[in-house]
Design a protein around this ligand. Structure first.
Ligand code: CA
Length: 292
């Protein structure tokens, strides 16, 4: 089955990423990593507000106590969008100034997981970290090149993870009580010609919606069988991530990038960097907020 996505907002992002649905206000947070911006898009008015940050921003998640948590190049921060105040919490990679934080998400217990990558994208010196609710940071996976694509299964016993250049999705046994992960295994292999797995979301049926960088599509896969079930065809070659939103969580918001596209490709895809929307016919799973 092939679905299509419509342009929702002509954001002209360089590296649009990290969509995070705020169900309380029915608005979408997203980031432009390379422009050092957090954005807040309101679908009701089709207006967008941006917040300037002084460094690359990889991920934004909601915080139960109010405001947001951010993974910036220099570590974990709290952020109050009303006062635009940043509060530095921890940087686990002070020894790796050529790394930056990339994709991140909260787990079902409200811990904030975010991974890093080298700016050169050619060394396996990134890691996946977990910021626990007591604000301690734990290194969970090492040897990562481009950390992406986190999701947790509806039964909250499996964590899915992507290191993009490997072109596979891996799964870990996940212990919600402790945040422990174990028994990493490959569950999805991206077929040749479909690009690289980037950000992803999981639906209420436990199926993964994976943005395919240089694949011009978002694919729906069954992580229990590895089977590709459906695709959303995109008018841009670099979709980056997706999240379910809307009152019934039945709309999929998809971010995209225009960075490092050739002049020829950019001319062919004037909507690169836009935010797109698709009604995929299935609802999203719950989005968790940081509980610390
Ligand atoms: Ca990404």
């Amino acid at each position: 089955m092939t679905l299509t996505a419509e342009l929702e907002f002509d954001a002209r992002a360089t590296l649009g990423e990290g969509p995070c649905w705020d169900a309380h206000t029915q608005r979408l947070y997203w980031v432009d990593i390379e422009k050092h911006q957090l954005h807040l898009y309101d679908p009701a008015t089709r207006t967008d507000r941006s917040f300037a940050l002084a460094q690359p921003v990889g991920a934004a998640v909601l915080r139960k106590s109010g405001g947001l948590m951010l993974a910036l190049q220099q570590g974990f921060y709290g952020f109050d969008p009303d006062s635009e105040t940043l509060t530095h919490l921890d940087n686990p990679e002070t020894h790796l100034p050529e790394n930056r934080f990339n994709d991140g998400k909260c787990d079902p217990a409200g811990r904030f997981w975010a991974g890093t990558m080298p700016l050169c994208e050619t060394k396996d010196c990134g890691s996946l970290y977990m910021l626990d609710t007591d604000l301690t940071v734990h290194q969970k996976v090492t040897g990562v090149r481009i950390s992406n694509g986190l999701a947790w299964s509806p039964d909250e016993r499996t964590m899915y993870y992507v290191d993009s250049p490997t072109r596979v999705v891996t799964a870990f046994a996940y212990d919600k009580a402790t945040g422990a992960i174990a028994n990493r295994r490959v569950v999805i292999e991206i077929p040749d010609g479909m690009g690289y797995p980037d950000g992803m979301s999981i639906d209420a049926e436990g199926m993964l919606w994976i943005a395919l960088w240089d694949g011009a599509a978002v694919g729906r896969w069954n992580p229990l069988t590895g089977a590709l079930l459906a695709q959303i065809s995109m008018p841009v070659s670099r979709p980056t991530s997706c999240v379910f939103g809307g009152k019934d969580l039945d709309e999929l918001y998809i971010t995209s990038a225009s960075t490092r596209l050739s002049a020829e490709l950019l001319a062919q895809q004037p909507l690169a960097g836009g935010i797109f929307k698709c009604r995929p016919g299935v609802r999203g799973g719950p989005a968790w907020e940081f509980a610390g």
